[in-house]
Write a protein that binds this ligand. Structure first.
Ligand code: I3S
Length: 128
């Protein structure tokens, strides 16, 4: 489910630190710039926060920090993309608007969990 008991506040699905680079904006290729990002999956959105140190483990709400960017997962596509990087454990997320991100973690299980959790949200939205 994506809603909590009051039916209004989207539920936190997952949060954690991943390496991230945007590789396309509106279908236009961008130069890679890998950076660690605090990634938060809540409701239908994947949010990227710049400074992981400002986050704490008991809440996803940014408090004084705003997300660097936010991705609407409706209609998005996910695919493993190890051929797009020399790094291991890389997947690509493509939004309907043609923005493309690579997300990476050194630990296999970590990146697989992210892949599965994001895919479940995309599948749920596809059925709506
Ligand atoms: O796919 P690329 O172009 O080989 O990606 C690498 C480059 O973007 C590189 O930056 P500069 O060429 O601007 O210096 C990055 O430092 C690398 O991390 C990129 O490759 P990986 O394989 O790490 O995704």
């Amino acid at each position: 489910s994506s809603l909590d008991t009051d039916g209004m506040t989207p539920e936190l699905e997952k949060a954690g630190l991943l390496n991230k680079t945007k590789i396309a904006e509106g279908g236009r290729k961008l130069r890679k710039n890998w950076n660690p990002s605090w990634v938060v999956l809540v409701g239908n959105s994947l949010m990227f926060f710049k400074d992981p140190k400002t986050q704490n483990s008991d809440g996803w709400k940014p408090g004084n920090s705003c997300p660097e960017s936010s991705v609407d997962l409706r209609g998005a596509q996910l695919q493993w993309a190890n051929e797009l990087s020399s790094k291991k454990n890389v997947f690509k997320l493509r939004t309907v608007t043609g923005n493309e991100f690579l997300l990476q973690a050194d630990t296999d299980s970590v990146i697989r969990e992210w892949y599965c959790t994001i895919q479940k949200v995309i599948d749920r939205l596809d059925k709506e």
